[in-house]
Design a protein around this ligand. Structure first.
Ligand code: NAP
Length: 278
């Protein structure tokens, strides 16, 4: 029997998830398909509950359904409960339960880990932005013991809310306040949409005063090298783009659904080949 997985969102045609998951099924010779489903808000409940009737074992969830989907699930994994957002649903047939996970923060952490020069417990981190993606990453990094997390956002009240949810190691700032302290950070993460295609000339803040040992990250993967990362490279610092996070969040979902190790390199190659075409 062919197993069906997929992603629900609106719009959905731009999603790279089908390409990535189907490359994994092909590599492991799994009889499975991954389908993009365009689901309008008014149909969200029937779409999600339909997983049980149709025996769909797994769905990813993307904008605008990540929060709204929660009320239609039977259980939330702590990863999703902490964030109030779900990006992965697993249908546990034995228990007849739909379980919501959030794999974004852990996905970022898996991509960050090989780049760390010192433990998170000793790292001062600047998160620029306080939207959905920032939330997943900030709460995960705080949970893993980051020494200090500074959240800077255009709308400071949102940074304050997120900092409060991250716990005692987190504080909020305006973008200008963070800019003035740029030299202090070991890791700087852009989690805003500034610099994303088609606005590729923009940057969330200047990197003029960057220190040499800082790791500069951008959650954006289209383009793969944002202006923010290009400017960081000019300062000869290490950089990390958002592709690893995207691949790893998909790999964690794959592992929940199939119980198998995800062929991460194959998934990454599939995404890289598509992004190079753009
Ligand atoms: P979101 O919830 O809409 O948040 C957007 C953030 O960007 C907010 O903090 C917003 O500040 C800030 N922002 C937007 N325009 C701005 C501007 N002109 N000046 C200053 N700040 C601005 O979006 P999201 O879902 O978090 O996504 C953010 C980025 O992360 C996107 O580029 C997305 O592609 C990327 N992402 C990557 C992955 C991955 O797997 N690599 C996963 C998820 C998201 P305000 O609060 O002041 O509006």
């Amino acid at each position: 029997m062919t197993h069906v997985f997929g992603v629900i969102g609106n719009p959905i045609s731009h999603s790279l998830s089908p390409l990535m998951h189907e490359a994994a099924y092909k590599k492991l010779e799994l009889d499975a398909r991954y389908v993009p489903f365009q689901v309008e808000e008014k149909n969200l409940e029937t779409a999600v509950k339909g997983m049980k009737g149709l025996g769909i074992k797994g769905l990813n969830v993307t904008i605008p359904h990540k929060e709204a989907v929660i009320e239609f699930l039977d259980e939330l994994d702590p990863s999703a409960a902490a964030l109030g957002a779900v990006n992965t649903i697993f249908y546990d047939e034995k228990q007849n339960k739909l379980i919501g996970y959030n794999t974004d923060g852990e996905g970022f952490y898996r991509s960050l880990r090989p780049e760390l020069r010192k433990p998170l417990e000793d790292s001062l981190i600047l998160m620029i932005g306080a939207g959905g993606a920032a939330r997943g990453v900030a709460i995960t990094l705080a949970g893993k013991g980051a020494k200090q997390l500074t959240i800077a956002n255009r709308t400071k009240s949102k940074a304050e809310e997120l900092a409060a949810d991250c716990g005692a190691s987190a504080r909020a700032m305006t973008l200008n306040e963070a800019q003035a302290k740029l030299t202090e950070f070991d890791i700087i993460i852009n989690s805003t949409s500034i610099g994303m295609t088609p606005n590729i000339g923009q940057m969330p803040m200047s990197l003029e005063t960057l220190s040499r040992d800082t790791l500069v990250c951008d959650l954006i993967y289209s383009p793969m090298k944002t202006r923010f990362l290009a400017e960081a490279e000019k300062k000869h610092v290490r950089t990390l783009n958002g592709m690893g996070m995207f691949v790893q969040q998909g790999a964690i979902a794959f592992e929940h659904w199939t119980g198998l190790d995800a062929p991460v390199e194959i998934m990454e190659e599939a995404i890289l080949s598509r992004l190079k075409e753009v």
